[in-house]
Design a protein around this ligand. Structure first.
Ligand SMILES: [Zn+2]
Ligand SMILES: [Zn+2]
Length: 256
């Protein structure tokens, strides 16, 4: 079976290997190119397992405004700028019954996407599906309790492993930040950052950690794959909505 490269957002120092897959790279490139050329409406679609509900609000604040603002920031100043559609409330997301599964492989996630993807993702309509699951990532058959989220190359598909988000933050505010940070990071991968669909405009690519940015002040920095770093990084969100990409990543997207 075709192996797929998966970008992983991990909490530990463990570096998860990625295997080279030209076909997946080409697919990702196609999705990026389409989003940055012909897409007029880019949607985030969310489906969540019972028990793995996304966090949606904190006081008066709508948490998913963070995702929306970060996606919009990538297109700022462009003549081609899709309308960004992000669900804010659980009622705008799809709930599915508990699967009873503890582990999810990339194959499982792809199969689930077939069932749960409702929004069109072709032509002028772009859509990335985010699955929230109440379990852990199965990495080559082995449970990895440190993986917060994955982006499946070329599939416009992201998964968030809710128990990992829940255990990574000490406070609700911290968990909110970690979850939104994970989503922004994985959507960045799905859209082709860094140099995996969106070409570089400056030398900020981390050549050791594929798909990542060298700037530690950027959400695409690889070390955001460590929980403590990520928790600290997203602390800046506090009660605000902030752009988490650095200038170099934004420039790549804006000038693509
Ligand atoms: Zn990553
Ligand atoms: Zn960056």
């Amino acid at each position: 079976m075709k192996q797929m490269r998966v970008w992983i957002f991990i909490l530990s120092l463990t570096v998860v290997g990625s295997c080279k897959d030209d076909e997946a790279d080409a697919k990702n490139k196609n999705f990026s190119e389409r989003v940055f050329t012909e897409v007029t409406e880019l949607s985030v679609e969310v489906a969540y397992e019972t028990g793995a509900e996304p966090y949606t609000s904190s006081g008066l604040k709508q948490l998913w405004e963070v995702t929306k603002a970060n996606l919009e920031a990538l297109f700022e100043g462009r003549s081609q700028k899709p309308a960004i559609v992000v669900p804010m409330e659980l009622t705008a997301m799809t709930n599915f019954n508990a699967t009873g599964k503890q582990l999810y492989s990339t194959g499982d996630l792809k199969a689930m996407a077939k069932t749960h993807r409702k929004k069109p993702n072709s032509g002028a309509k772009g859509s990335c599906l985010i699955l929230f699951v109440n379990g852990y990532y199965s990495e080559n058959g082995v449970e990895n309790k440190n993986v917060l989220g994955v982006s499946l190359t070329g599939e416009a598909l992201v998964a968030v492993f809710k128990p990992v988000v829940e255990s990574a933050g000490l406070t609700q505010m911290s968990k909110n930040g970690i979850e939104q940070g994970t989503i922004v990071h994985e959507l960045g991968h799905a859209l082709g950052l860094v140099n995996t669909g969106i070409p570089l405009k400056s030398g900020h690519q981390d050549v050791t950690n594929t798909g990542h940015c060298m700037n530690e002040e950027c959400i695409m920095f690889w070390q955001n794959e460590q929980g403590s770093f990520m928790a600290a990084f997203t602390q800046q969100l506090g009660t605000d909505v902030k752009v988490l990409f650095d200038a170099a990543c934004l420039k790549d997207a804006r000038e693509f």
